[in-house]
Design a binder for this molecule. Sequence first.
Ligand SMILES: Nc1ncnc2c1ncn2[C@@H]1O[C@H](COP(=O)(O)OP(=O)(O)OP(=O)(O)O)[C@@H](O)[C@H]1O
Ligand SMILES: [Mg+2]
Length: 534
Amino acid sequence: MTEDQVRAASAAVPAAEAAGIHKQFGSTQALRGVDLTLWPGRCLGLVGRNGAGKSTLVSILSGIYPADRGAVRFDGAPAPALGAAGAWRRQIATVFQHSMVVPSLTVAENVFLGRQPQRAGLVDWRQMRDQAAQIMAEWGFSIDVNLACADLTVEQRQIVEIARALAAGTRCLLLDEPTAALERAGIERLFARVRQLTANGVAILYISHHLEEVFEICQDVAVIRDGELVLTGAATGLSKDELVSAMVGPNVAATRADLAPGGARPRGPATPAPEPCLVVDHVSSDSPGGRVTDVSLEVRPGERVGVTGLLSAGVATLARIVAGAAPYETGRVLVGGTGPAPGRRDLNLKAGVGYIPEDRQAEGFVAALSVAENATMTITDWLARVAGFLRPSTRAAAAAPLARRLSIVSAGLSQTTGELSGGNQQKVTVARALARQPRLIVAITPTRGVDVASKSLLLAELARVSDETGAGLLLASDELDDLVICDRVIVLVRGERFTEFTEPPFDREALIAASEGMARDADPPPDSDSEESR
Ligand SMILES: Nc1ncnc2c1ncn2[C@@H]1O[C@H](COP(=O)(O)OP(=O)(O)OP(=O)(O)O)[C@@H](O)[C@H]1O
Ligand SMILES: [Mg+2]
Protein backbone atom coordinates (compact mmCIF):
# COMPACT_ATOMS: atom_id res chain seq x y z
CA MET A 1 0.00 0.00 0.00
CA THR A 2 1.16 3.52 -0.66
CA GLU A 3 1.43 5.99 2.19
CA ASP A 4 -1.77 7.67 1.01
CA GLN A 5 -3.61 4.34 0.99
CA VAL A 6 -2.40 3.56 4.50
CA ARG A 7 -3.63 6.94 5.61
CA ALA A 8 -6.96 6.50 3.88
CA ALA A 9 -7.42 3.08 5.51
CA SER A 10 -6.59 4.38 8.98
CA ALA A 11 -8.84 7.39 8.44
CA ALA A 12 -11.81 5.03 8.18
CA VAL A 13 -11.58 4.48 11.94
CA PRO A 14 -12.17 7.59 14.06
CA ALA A 15 -9.28 8.52 16.32
CA ALA A 16 -11.76 9.49 19.04
CA GLU A 17 -15.50 9.29 19.32
CA ALA A 18 -18.02 10.62 21.79
CA ALA A 19 -21.34 8.85 21.31
CA GLY A 20 -24.59 10.00 22.93
CA ILE A 21 -22.85 11.78 25.81
CA HIS A 22 -25.05 13.14 28.60
CA LYS A 23 -23.70 15.00 31.61
CA GLN A 24 -25.56 16.71 34.42
CA PHE A 25 -24.18 18.84 37.27
CA GLY A 26 -26.85 19.36 39.92
CA SER A 27 -29.69 21.15 38.16
CA THR A 28 -27.56 21.95 35.08
CA GLN A 29 -27.83 19.64 32.10
CA ALA A 30 -24.43 20.41 30.58
CA LEU A 31 -24.51 17.86 27.73
CA ARG A 32 -27.61 16.30 26.17
CA GLY A 33 -26.67 13.42 23.88
CA VAL A 34 -23.60 14.76 22.08
CA ASP A 35 -22.08 12.76 19.21
CA LEU A 36 -18.69 13.98 18.08
CA THR A 37 -16.09 12.26 15.92
CA LEU A 38 -12.44 13.19 15.53
CA TRP A 39 -10.84 11.82 12.36
CA PRO A 40 -7.13 11.20 11.87
CA GLY A 41 -5.55 14.03 9.92
CA ARG A 42 -8.38 16.49 10.51
CA CYS A 43 -8.87 19.43 12.84
CA LEU A 44 -12.42 19.94 14.12
CA GLY A 45 -13.34 23.39 15.44
CA LEU A 46 -15.88 23.36 18.29
CA VAL A 47 -17.60 26.69 18.96
CA GLY A 48 -20.43 27.81 21.21
CA ARG A 49 -21.44 30.45 23.73
CA ASN A 50 -20.13 30.58 27.29
CA GLY A 51 -21.60 27.68 29.25
CA ALA A 52 -22.64 25.72 26.12
CA GLY A 53 -20.76 22.59 27.28
CA LYS A 54 -17.45 22.65 25.34
CA SER A 55 -15.09 22.20 28.29
CA THR A 56 -17.37 19.56 29.84
CA LEU A 57 -17.03 17.53 26.65
CA VAL A 58 -13.25 18.00 26.72
CA SER A 59 -13.14 16.76 30.32
CA ILE A 60 -15.13 13.65 29.41
CA LEU A 61 -12.94 12.92 26.36
CA SER A 62 -9.87 13.34 28.60
CA GLY A 63 -11.07 10.94 31.28
CA ILE A 64 -11.51 13.63 33.95
CA TYR A 65 -15.26 13.04 34.49
CA PRO A 66 -17.41 10.05 33.67
CA ALA A 67 -20.35 10.67 31.34
CA ASP A 68 -23.79 9.98 32.87
CA ARG A 69 -24.70 8.17 29.66
CA GLY A 70 -22.97 7.48 26.36
CA ALA A 71 -19.56 6.13 25.38
CA VAL A 72 -16.06 7.33 24.52
CA ARG A 73 -13.99 5.30 22.06
CA PHE A 74 -10.42 5.64 20.80
CA ASP A 75 -9.46 4.01 17.49
CA GLY A 76 -12.74 2.13 17.62
CA ALA A 77 -12.05 0.56 21.04
CA PRO A 78 -13.71 1.49 24.34
CA ALA A 79 -11.89 4.19 26.35
CA PRO A 80 -9.74 3.10 29.31
CA ALA A 81 -11.35 2.75 32.73
CA LEU A 82 -11.80 6.05 34.51
CA GLY A 83 -8.88 6.63 36.84
CA ALA A 84 -6.39 4.79 34.62
CA ALA A 85 -4.63 8.10 34.05
CA GLY A 86 -1.62 6.64 32.25
CA ALA A 87 -3.81 4.78 29.75
CA TRP A 88 -5.81 7.95 28.96
CA ARG A 89 -2.59 9.93 28.56
CA ARG A 90 -1.39 7.49 25.93
CA GLN A 91 -4.57 8.10 23.93
CA ILE A 92 -5.13 11.80 24.20
CA ALA A 93 -3.30 14.99 25.17
CA THR A 94 -5.24 18.04 26.30
CA VAL A 95 -4.60 21.73 26.82
CA PHE A 96 -7.30 22.53 29.37
CA GLN A 97 -8.98 25.93 29.54
CA HIS A 98 -8.13 26.20 33.23
CA SER A 99 -4.43 26.21 33.93
CA MET A 100 -3.09 22.77 34.79
CA VAL A 101 0.44 23.99 35.39
CA VAL A 102 1.78 23.13 38.85
CA PRO A 103 3.19 26.45 40.10
CA SER A 104 5.75 24.96 42.47
CA LEU A 105 7.33 22.78 39.78
CA THR A 106 9.81 23.99 37.16
CA VAL A 107 8.98 24.53 33.50
CA ALA A 108 10.80 21.30 32.56
CA GLU A 109 8.98 19.31 35.24
CA ASN A 110 5.64 20.65 34.05
CA VAL A 111 6.34 19.84 30.41
CA PHE A 112 7.10 16.22 31.35
CA LEU A 113 4.57 15.94 34.15
CA GLY A 114 3.76 12.29 34.80
CA ARG A 115 6.07 10.97 32.06
CA GLN A 116 9.60 12.05 32.97
CA PRO A 117 12.40 10.48 30.92
CA GLN A 118 13.97 7.65 32.91
CA ARG A 119 17.42 6.11 33.08
CA ALA A 120 18.07 2.96 35.10
CA GLY A 121 14.71 3.42 36.79
CA LEU A 122 15.44 6.97 37.90
CA VAL A 123 14.28 10.30 36.48
CA ASP A 124 16.87 11.53 34.01
CA TRP A 125 16.85 15.19 35.06
CA ARG A 126 19.44 16.31 32.56
CA GLN A 127 17.63 14.76 29.62
CA MET A 128 14.36 16.26 30.85
CA ARG A 129 15.87 19.75 31.06
CA ASP A 130 17.59 19.42 27.68
CA GLN A 131 14.45 18.21 25.93
CA ALA A 132 12.30 20.89 27.54
CA ALA A 133 14.84 23.55 26.51
CA GLN A 134 14.78 22.19 22.97
CA ILE A 135 10.98 22.36 22.84
CA MET A 136 11.03 25.95 24.10
CA ALA A 137 13.68 26.86 21.50
CA GLU A 138 11.50 25.33 18.76
CA TRP A 139 8.72 27.59 19.96
CA GLY A 140 11.05 30.54 19.81
CA PHE A 141 10.57 31.30 23.50
CA SER A 142 13.43 32.20 25.77
CA ILE A 143 11.81 30.66 28.86
CA ASP A 144 14.36 29.30 31.33
CA VAL A 145 13.20 25.71 31.87
CA ASN A 146 14.61 25.75 35.41
CA LEU A 147 12.24 28.52 36.52
CA ALA A 148 9.34 27.65 38.80
CA CYS A 149 6.08 28.08 36.88
CA ALA A 150 4.80 30.34 39.66
CA ASP A 151 7.18 33.01 38.32
CA LEU A 152 5.83 32.89 34.76
CA THR A 153 3.32 35.22 33.12
CA VAL A 154 -0.08 33.93 32.00
CA GLU A 155 1.16 33.65 28.43
CA GLN A 156 4.33 31.80 29.40
CA ARG A 157 2.31 29.33 31.46
CA GLN A 158 0.10 28.69 28.47
CA ILE A 159 3.17 27.95 26.34
CA VAL A 160 4.19 25.36 28.95
CA GLU A 161 0.76 23.70 28.68
CA ILE A 162 0.85 23.63 24.90
CA ALA A 163 4.41 22.31 24.90
CA ARG A 164 3.34 19.56 27.29
CA ALA A 165 0.44 18.48 25.08
CA LEU A 166 2.46 18.62 21.87
CA ALA A 167 5.40 16.75 23.41
CA ALA A 168 3.13 13.90 24.50
CA GLY A 169 3.12 12.52 20.95
CA THR A 170 -0.44 11.17 21.06
CA ARG A 171 -2.58 10.64 17.95
CA CYS A 172 -5.31 12.80 19.37
CA LEU A 173 -5.05 16.33 20.72
CA LEU A 174 -7.69 18.50 22.43
CA LEU A 175 -7.02 22.24 22.60
CA ASP A 176 -9.53 24.18 24.75
CA GLU A 177 -8.93 27.88 23.95
CA PRO A 178 -5.16 27.45 23.59
CA THR A 179 -4.70 30.95 22.16
CA ALA A 180 -6.46 32.86 24.95
CA ALA A 181 -3.17 34.36 26.14
CA LEU A 182 -0.91 34.01 23.12
CA GLU A 183 0.22 36.93 21.06
CA ARG A 184 0.26 36.75 17.28
CA ALA A 185 3.73 35.24 16.84
CA GLY A 186 2.89 32.46 19.32
CA ILE A 187 -0.42 31.82 17.58
CA GLU A 188 1.31 31.54 14.20
CA ARG A 189 3.73 28.98 15.63
CA LEU A 190 0.87 27.00 17.17
CA PHE A 191 -1.04 27.01 13.88
CA ALA A 192 2.02 25.85 11.97
CA ARG A 193 2.37 22.98 14.44
CA VAL A 194 -1.32 22.09 14.20
CA ARG A 195 -1.06 21.92 10.39
CA GLN A 196 2.06 19.78 10.63
CA LEU A 197 0.37 17.40 13.09
CA THR A 198 -2.79 16.99 11.02
CA ALA A 199 -0.63 16.37 7.94
CA ASN A 200 0.95 13.52 9.95
CA GLY A 201 -2.43 12.00 10.74
CA VAL A 202 -3.08 13.43 14.22
CA ALA A 203 -6.73 14.20 15.07
CA ILE A 204 -7.32 17.58 16.71
CA LEU A 205 -10.25 19.21 18.50
CA TYR A 206 -9.85 22.98 18.57
CA ILE A 207 -12.03 25.20 20.77
CA SER A 208 -11.95 28.96 20.33
CA HIS A 209 -14.10 32.06 20.62
CA HIS A 210 -12.10 33.57 17.76
CA LEU A 211 -14.07 32.31 14.79
CA GLU A 212 -11.46 33.49 12.30
CA GLU A 213 -8.98 31.08 13.91
CA VAL A 214 -11.41 28.23 13.39
CA PHE A 215 -11.68 29.05 9.69
CA GLU A 216 -7.91 29.37 9.49
CA ILE A 217 -6.95 25.91 10.74
CA CYS A 218 -10.02 23.66 10.96
CA GLN A 219 -11.35 21.48 8.16
CA ASP A 220 -14.57 20.74 10.05
CA VAL A 221 -16.71 22.79 12.41
CA ALA A 222 -19.28 21.86 15.06
CA VAL A 223 -21.52 24.28 16.96
CA ILE A 224 -22.76 23.39 20.45
CA ARG A 225 -25.68 25.19 22.06
CA ASP A 226 -27.11 24.43 25.50
CA GLY A 227 -25.41 21.04 25.56
CA GLU A 228 -26.51 19.92 22.09
CA LEU A 229 -24.67 19.88 18.78
CA VAL A 230 -26.78 22.04 16.51
CA LEU A 231 -24.58 22.26 13.43
CA THR A 232 -21.69 20.28 11.95
CA GLY A 233 -20.08 20.57 8.56
CA ALA A 234 -17.02 21.35 6.50
CA ALA A 235 -15.53 24.73 7.37
CA THR A 236 -15.41 25.70 3.71
CA GLY A 237 -19.19 25.37 3.42
CA LEU A 238 -20.01 27.63 6.38
CA SER A 239 -19.81 31.37 6.98
CA LYS A 240 -19.04 33.21 10.22
CA ASP A 241 -22.64 34.49 10.30
CA GLU A 242 -24.01 30.96 10.04
CA LEU A 243 -21.85 29.89 12.98
CA VAL A 244 -22.93 32.85 15.09
CA SER A 245 -26.61 32.27 14.29
CA ALA A 246 -26.28 28.61 15.28
CA MET A 247 -24.47 29.61 18.48
CA VAL A 248 -27.06 32.14 19.63
CA GLY A 249 -30.08 30.15 18.45
CA PRO A 250 -33.59 31.32 17.74
CA ASN A 251 -33.67 33.86 20.56
CA VAL A 252 -32.65 36.41 17.96
CA ALA A 253 -34.32 39.51 19.31
CA ALA A 254 -32.14 39.65 22.40
CA THR A 255 -28.94 38.48 20.82
CA ARG A 256 -28.91 40.51 17.62
CA ALA A 257 -28.84 43.67 19.71
CA ASP A 258 -25.98 42.19 21.74
CA LEU A 259 -24.01 41.66 18.57
CA ALA A 260 -24.39 45.20 17.29
CA PRO A 261 -21.11 47.02 17.49
CA GLY A 262 -21.60 49.33 20.41
CA GLY A 263 -19.74 51.48 22.81
CA ALA A 264 -17.89 53.86 20.50
CA ARG A 265 -19.30 57.29 21.04
CA PRO A 266 -19.54 60.25 18.76
CA ARG A 267 -17.23 63.06 19.72
CA GLY A 268 -19.11 65.92 21.32
CA PRO A 269 -18.10 69.55 21.53
CA ALA A 270 -15.03 70.15 23.64
CA THR A 271 -15.86 70.67 27.29
CA PRO A 272 -13.46 71.98 29.91
CA ALA A 273 -11.37 69.01 30.99
CA PRO A 274 -12.01 67.98 34.60
CA GLU A 275 -9.16 67.03 36.87
CA PRO A 276 -7.72 63.63 35.92
CA CYS A 277 -8.80 60.62 37.96
CA LEU A 278 -5.54 58.90 37.05
CA VAL A 279 -2.08 60.36 36.62
CA VAL A 280 0.83 58.10 35.69
CA ASP A 281 3.93 60.23 35.92
CA HIS A 282 7.22 58.95 34.46
CA VAL A 283 6.74 55.43 35.83
CA SER A 284 9.34 52.72 35.30
CA SER A 285 9.33 49.11 36.42
CA ASP A 286 11.62 46.23 35.68
CA SER A 287 8.91 43.58 35.93
CA PRO A 288 9.83 40.14 34.50
CA GLY A 289 6.38 40.00 32.88
CA GLY A 290 7.19 43.04 30.70
CA ARG A 291 9.25 46.10 31.51
CA VAL A 292 7.76 49.61 31.63
CA THR A 293 10.08 52.53 30.95
CA ASP A 294 9.30 56.15 31.80
CA VAL A 295 5.61 56.01 30.88
CA SER A 296 3.32 58.97 31.54
CA LEU A 297 -0.39 59.24 30.85
CA GLU A 298 -3.60 60.69 32.28
CA VAL A 299 -7.20 59.53 32.35
CA ARG A 300 -9.99 62.02 33.06
CA PRO A 301 -13.40 61.19 34.53
CA GLY A 302 -15.59 59.51 31.94
CA GLU A 303 -12.65 59.11 29.58
CA ARG A 304 -11.78 55.71 28.09
CA VAL A 305 -8.11 55.20 27.35
CA GLY A 306 -6.80 52.08 25.67
CA VAL A 307 -3.27 50.77 26.06
CA THR A 308 -2.09 48.14 23.62
CA GLY A 309 1.04 46.51 22.30
CA LEU A 310 2.56 43.07 22.12
CA LEU A 311 2.01 41.22 25.39
CA SER A 312 5.63 41.52 26.43
CA ALA A 313 5.53 45.27 25.75
CA GLY A 314 4.59 46.09 29.33
CA VAL A 315 0.88 46.69 28.68
CA ALA A 316 -0.30 44.35 31.44
CA THR A 317 2.49 45.52 33.75
CA LEU A 318 1.39 49.13 33.40
CA ALA A 319 -2.22 48.25 34.20
CA ARG A 320 -1.13 46.12 37.16
CA ILE A 321 0.91 49.02 38.51
CA VAL A 322 -2.06 51.37 38.24
CA ALA A 323 -4.28 48.82 40.01
CA GLY A 324 -1.75 48.47 42.81
CA ALA A 325 -1.11 44.85 41.88
CA ALA A 326 2.54 45.34 40.92
CA PRO A 327 5.32 47.50 42.30
CA TYR A 328 7.25 50.13 40.36
CA GLU A 329 10.69 51.55 40.88
CA THR A 330 10.46 55.18 39.84
CA GLY A 331 7.79 57.76 39.08
CA ARG A 332 4.33 58.39 40.60
CA VAL A 333 0.83 57.00 40.22
CA LEU A 334 -2.03 59.19 41.50
CA VAL A 335 -5.64 58.00 41.64
CA GLY A 336 -8.10 60.81 42.30
CA GLY A 337 -5.23 63.14 43.16
CA THR A 338 -3.74 60.93 45.85
CA GLY A 339 -1.02 58.37 45.55
CA PRO A 340 -1.76 54.94 47.02
CA ALA A 341 1.33 53.03 48.03
CA PRO A 342 2.78 50.99 45.16
CA GLY A 343 1.73 47.35 45.19
CA ARG A 344 -1.13 47.89 47.70
CA ARG A 345 -4.35 46.72 46.09
CA ASP A 346 -6.34 47.30 49.26
CA LEU A 347 -5.45 51.00 49.20
CA ASN A 348 -6.24 51.23 45.51
CA LEU A 349 -9.63 49.66 46.17
CA LYS A 350 -10.25 52.32 48.84
CA ALA A 351 -9.17 54.99 46.37
CA GLY A 352 -11.91 53.72 44.06
CA VAL A 353 -10.15 51.46 41.59
CA GLY A 354 -12.21 48.64 40.07
CA TYR A 355 -9.76 46.05 38.77
CA ILE A 356 -10.25 43.33 36.15
CA PRO A 357 -7.00 41.32 36.33
CA GLU A 358 -5.41 39.31 33.56
CA ASP A 359 -5.20 36.08 35.54
CA ARG A 360 -8.80 35.55 36.60
CA GLN A 361 -8.11 32.19 38.18
CA ALA A 362 -5.47 33.58 40.55
CA GLU A 363 -6.77 37.09 41.20
CA GLY A 364 -10.22 37.47 39.68
CA PHE A 365 -12.53 35.56 42.01
CA VAL A 366 -12.68 33.13 44.89
CA ALA A 367 -13.70 29.78 43.41
CA ALA A 368 -15.42 28.52 46.58
CA LEU A 369 -17.64 31.60 46.96
CA SER A 370 -20.94 32.15 45.19
CA VAL A 371 -21.45 34.33 42.13
CA ALA A 372 -23.26 36.90 44.30
CA GLU A 373 -20.51 36.91 46.94
CA ASN A 374 -17.79 37.41 44.35
CA ALA A 375 -19.68 40.06 42.42
CA THR A 376 -20.27 42.14 45.55
CA MET A 377 -16.97 41.40 47.25
CA THR A 378 -15.56 44.88 46.68
CA ILE A 379 -18.42 46.51 48.57
CA THR A 380 -16.68 46.82 51.88
CA ASP A 381 -18.00 50.14 53.22
CA TRP A 382 -18.91 50.15 56.88
CA LEU A 383 -22.29 51.61 55.95
CA ALA A 384 -23.06 48.62 53.78
CA ARG A 385 -22.01 46.31 56.60
CA VAL A 386 -24.11 48.18 59.17
CA ALA A 387 -27.08 48.12 56.81
CA GLY A 388 -26.76 44.35 56.70
CA PHE A 389 -25.42 44.33 53.19
CA LEU A 390 -23.58 41.12 53.76
CA ARG A 391 -26.86 39.19 54.05
CA PRO A 392 -27.05 36.70 51.15
CA SER A 393 -30.40 38.01 49.95
CA THR A 394 -29.10 41.59 49.83
CA ARG A 395 -26.00 40.48 48.01
CA ALA A 396 -28.02 38.56 45.46
CA ALA A 397 -30.26 41.59 44.89
CA ALA A 398 -27.20 43.80 44.30
CA ALA A 399 -25.55 41.29 41.97
CA ALA A 400 -28.64 40.46 39.91
CA PRO A 401 -28.71 43.50 37.56
CA LEU A 402 -25.00 43.18 36.79
CA ALA A 403 -25.31 39.44 36.20
CA ARG A 404 -28.17 40.11 33.79
CA ARG A 405 -26.40 42.88 31.91
CA LEU A 406 -23.24 40.78 31.56
CA SER A 407 -25.28 37.67 30.56
CA ILE A 408 -23.74 35.50 33.30
CA VAL A 409 -25.00 31.93 32.83
CA SER A 410 -25.30 30.09 36.15
CA ALA A 411 -27.68 27.78 37.97
CA GLY A 412 -28.42 30.80 40.21
CA LEU A 413 -26.46 33.56 41.91
CA SER A 414 -25.83 31.29 44.88
CA GLN A 415 -23.91 28.83 42.67
CA THR A 416 -20.23 28.42 43.50
CA THR A 417 -18.14 30.43 41.03
CA GLY A 418 -15.68 27.56 40.57
CA GLU A 419 -18.50 25.59 38.92
CA LEU A 420 -19.11 28.18 36.20
CA SER A 421 -17.71 27.89 32.69
CA GLY A 422 -14.51 29.83 31.97
CA GLY A 423 -16.21 32.71 30.15
CA ASN A 424 -18.81 33.10 32.88
CA GLN A 425 -16.09 33.25 35.54
CA GLN A 426 -14.55 36.08 33.54
CA LYS A 427 -17.89 37.92 33.60
CA VAL A 428 -18.04 37.50 37.41
CA THR A 429 -14.60 39.13 37.58
CA VAL A 430 -15.94 42.07 35.56
CA ALA A 431 -19.05 42.32 37.76
CA ARG A 432 -16.83 42.46 40.85
CA ALA A 433 -14.88 45.39 39.43
CA LEU A 434 -18.01 47.34 38.51
CA ALA A 435 -20.14 46.66 41.60
CA ARG A 436 -18.68 49.39 43.76
CA GLN A 437 -19.16 52.26 41.34
CA PRO A 438 -15.44 52.73 40.86
CA ARG A 439 -13.87 56.08 40.12
CA LEU A 440 -11.37 54.37 37.84
CA ILE A 441 -11.72 51.00 36.10
CA VAL A 442 -8.50 49.18 35.24
CA ALA A 443 -9.26 46.33 32.85
CA ILE A 444 -6.73 43.88 31.42
CA THR A 445 -8.02 41.88 28.43
CA PRO A 446 -11.54 41.90 29.92
CA THR A 447 -13.16 39.90 27.10
CA ARG A 448 -10.72 36.99 27.22
CA GLY A 449 -12.62 33.72 27.00
CA VAL A 450 -15.92 35.53 26.48
CA ASP A 451 -18.06 34.40 23.52
CA VAL A 452 -18.63 36.63 20.51
CA ALA A 453 -22.15 37.59 21.48
CA SER A 454 -21.30 38.37 25.12
CA LYS A 455 -18.21 40.37 24.13
CA SER A 456 -20.17 43.35 22.83
CA LEU A 457 -22.46 43.19 25.88
CA LEU A 458 -19.46 43.34 28.19
CA LEU A 459 -17.80 46.20 26.32
CA ALA A 460 -21.09 48.10 26.19
CA GLU A 461 -21.40 47.67 29.95
CA LEU A 462 -17.91 49.10 30.54
CA ALA A 463 -18.81 52.03 28.28
CA ARG A 464 -22.17 52.53 30.02
CA VAL A 465 -20.60 52.63 33.48
CA SER A 466 -18.01 55.17 32.39
CA ASP A 467 -20.68 57.31 30.70
CA GLU A 468 -23.21 57.19 33.52
CA THR A 469 -20.95 57.34 36.57
CA GLY A 470 -18.06 59.32 35.13
CA ALA A 471 -15.59 56.55 35.91
CA GLY A 472 -12.36 56.72 33.95
CA LEU A 473 -11.34 53.55 32.13
CA LEU A 474 -7.84 52.28 31.49
CA LEU A 475 -8.28 49.36 29.10
CA ALA A 476 -5.14 47.28 28.54
CA SER A 477 -5.72 44.80 25.77
CA ASP A 478 -4.11 43.10 22.82
CA GLU A 479 -7.59 42.39 21.45
CA LEU A 480 -8.04 45.23 19.01
CA ASP A 481 -11.81 44.70 19.01
CA ASP A 482 -11.89 45.70 22.69
CA LEU A 483 -10.44 49.10 21.85
CA VAL A 484 -13.52 50.26 19.91
CA ILE A 485 -14.98 51.73 23.10
CA CYS A 486 -11.91 53.88 23.72
CA ASP A 487 -11.55 57.60 23.09
CA ARG A 488 -7.85 57.21 22.43
CA VAL A 489 -5.30 54.43 22.38
CA ILE A 490 -1.70 54.51 23.55
CA VAL A 491 0.68 51.98 21.99
CA LEU A 492 3.61 50.64 24.00
CA VAL A 493 6.64 49.08 22.35
CA ARG A 494 9.18 47.34 24.56
CA GLY A 495 7.81 49.15 27.59
CA GLU A 496 7.97 52.63 26.14
CA ARG A 497 5.23 54.90 24.87
CA PHE A 498 5.58 54.54 21.14
CA THR A 499 2.66 56.49 19.79
CA GLU A 500 -0.95 57.46 20.44
CA PHE A 501 -4.11 57.25 18.33
CA THR A 502 -6.60 59.97 19.20
CA GLU A 503 -9.19 59.67 16.45
CA PRO A 504 -11.66 56.78 16.67
CA PRO A 505 -12.42 54.62 14.84
CA PHE A 506 -8.89 53.27 15.07
CA ASP A 507 -7.36 51.67 12.03
CA ARG A 508 -6.59 48.01 12.73
CA GLU A 509 -3.62 47.77 10.41
CA ALA A 510 -2.09 50.95 11.79
CA LEU A 511 -2.53 49.66 15.37
CA ILE A 512 -0.86 46.36 14.49
CA ALA A 513 2.00 48.10 12.69
CA ALA A 514 2.50 50.45 15.64
CA SER A 515 2.40 47.54 18.13
CA GLU A 516 5.20 45.91 16.22
CA GLY A 517 7.13 49.16 16.39
CA MET A 518 6.99 49.58 12.65
CA ALA A 519 5.16 52.78 11.83
CA ARG A 520 4.27 55.68 14.05
CA ASP A 521 1.38 56.21 11.71
CA ALA A 522 -0.71 57.96 14.27
CA ASP A 523 -1.50 61.41 15.45
CA PRO A 524 0.04 63.40 16.99
CA PRO A 525 3.85 63.17 16.65
CA PRO A 526 5.25 60.62 19.11
CA ASP A 527 7.10 62.92 21.45
CA SER A 528 4.19 65.31 21.96
CA ASP A 529 2.36 64.69 25.26
CA SER A 530 -0.99 65.70 23.87
CA GLU A 531 -3.26 64.48 26.61
CA GLU A 532 -1.19 65.90 29.39
CA SER A 533 -1.53 69.38 27.94
CA ARG A 534 -5.24 69.19 27.18
N1 LIG B 1 -18.15 21.08 38.14
C1 LIG B 1 -19.29 21.67 37.79
N2 LIG B 1 -20.30 21.81 38.67
C2 LIG B 1 -21.46 22.39 38.34
N3 LIG B 1 -21.73 22.89 37.11
C3 LIG B 1 -20.76 22.79 36.17
C4 LIG B 1 -19.50 22.19 36.46
N4 LIG B 1 -18.75 22.24 35.34
C5 LIG B 1 -19.50 22.84 34.40
N5 LIG B 1 -20.71 23.17 34.89
C6 LIG B 1 -21.80 23.83 34.16
O1 LIG B 1 -21.97 23.16 32.93
C7 LIG B 1 -22.26 24.10 31.90
C8 LIG B 1 -21.28 23.94 30.76
O2 LIG B 1 -20.01 24.42 31.18
P1 LIG B 1 -18.71 24.36 30.26
O3 LIG B 1 -17.58 24.73 31.12
O4 LIG B 1 -18.66 23.05 29.59
O5 LIG B 1 -19.03 25.51 29.20
P2 LIG B 1 -18.12 26.04 27.98
O6 LIG B 1 -18.87 25.79 26.73
O7 LIG B 1 -16.76 25.46 28.09
O8 LIG B 1 -18.11 27.61 28.24
P3 LIG B 1 -16.90 28.72 28.09
O9 LIG B 1 -16.94 29.17 26.67
O10 LIG B 1 -17.33 29.82 29.00
O11 LIG B 1 -15.64 28.08 28.50
C9 LIG B 1 -22.25 25.48 32.56
O12 LIG B 1 -23.57 25.86 32.85
C10 LIG B 1 -21.46 25.27 33.82
O13 LIG B 1 -21.86 26.15 34.84
MG1 LIG C 1 -14.91 26.26 28.50
